[in-house]
Design a protein around this ligand. Structure first.
Ligand SMILES: NC(=O)c1ccc[n+]([C@@H]2O[C@H](COP(=O)([O-])OP(=O)(O)OC[C@H]3O[C@@H](n4cnc5c(N)ncnc54)[C@H](OP(=O)(O)O)[C@@H]3O)[C@@H](O)[C@H]2O)c1
Length: 200
């Protein structure tokens, strides 16, 4: 398969690329990194990504920002970052890619454990993750030509644990290959409309 991994140079993206590149042709896309540049917060940039890549069988998104900081002082704009970037950015990849993806292709978006086990510093992530999961379940009902869509909900990644463990007391980090394996199941399997969780 020819697979676009958006955010493929990031913490989770790198593990996903390592897992998929052994079996597929992988194109890494990122804002300032990878084979092709894209900013998922811009429709023109996403269109240009698809124009440059040409045909493809799968899109995996491990990119998108949200605000991290104390809820007590969070502003509307800060909380909305998760909607504008992580949520609408991923939705944009599907809306602008659905007519271009190969028959039977797949989209794999990313939510995260913060939706199921929130912390007050990550309200913007929780909002985005909930939106991503709702979008995936609904869009799966209507995508045509056998195109599938799933979300992977990573736990706290091993390679992020040093930065985030203090905010998540007792949370056990998830090994990178487990998260990458969940993405591989979404891309190579038959499931659609599912949230593939890597955390308890
Ligand atoms: N790490 C975790 O423990 C964890 C847990 C649960 C969920 N998640 C979710 O998993 C996803 C990936 O997380 P991560 O920790 O791997 O993040 P990361 O290390 O910050 O990597 C993010 C990657 O996405 C790219 N990116 C960011 N904004 C972009 C944009 N607007 N357009 C295009 N590319 C963009 C970045 O490229 P540039 O550097 O070039 O900008 C980078 O390569 C996120 O949705 C995150 O919320 C992560």
């Amino acid at each position: 398969m020819r697979i676009i991994v958006v955010g493929g140079a990031g913490t989770i993206g790198k593990a996903v690329v390592e897992q998929l590149a052994a079996r597929h042709e992988v194109i890494v896309a990122g804002r300032s990194s990878g084979d092709v540049r894209v900013d998922i917060s811009s429709a023109d940039s996403v269109r240009s990504l698809y124009d440059r890549v040409g045909s493809f069988d799968a899109v995996v998104c491990a990119a998108g920002e949200a605000h991290f900081g104390p809820f007590e002082t969070a502003t509307e704009d800060e909380l909305a970052l998760g909607i504008a970037s992580k949520l609408l950015g991923q939705i944009r990849l599907v809306l602008l890619g659905r007519a271009r993806i190969a028959d039977g292709g797949s989209f794999t978006l990313m939510s995260g454990y913060i939706f199921d086990d929130p912390i007050p510093e990550a309200v913007s992530f929780a909002i985005a993750n909930g939106g991503v999961e709702g979008f995936v379940r609904a869009a799966a009902l209507a995508l045509e030509r056998g195109v599938r869509i799933n979300a992977v909900s990573p736990g706290m990644a091993r390679d992020s644990a040093e930065a985030f463990a203090t905010f998540n007391p007792g949370r056990v980090p998830v090994e990178m290959h487990v998260i990458a394996g969940a993405v591989q199941r979404s891309v190579e399997g038959r499931r659609t409309g599912e949230i593939i969780r890597t955390h308890g």
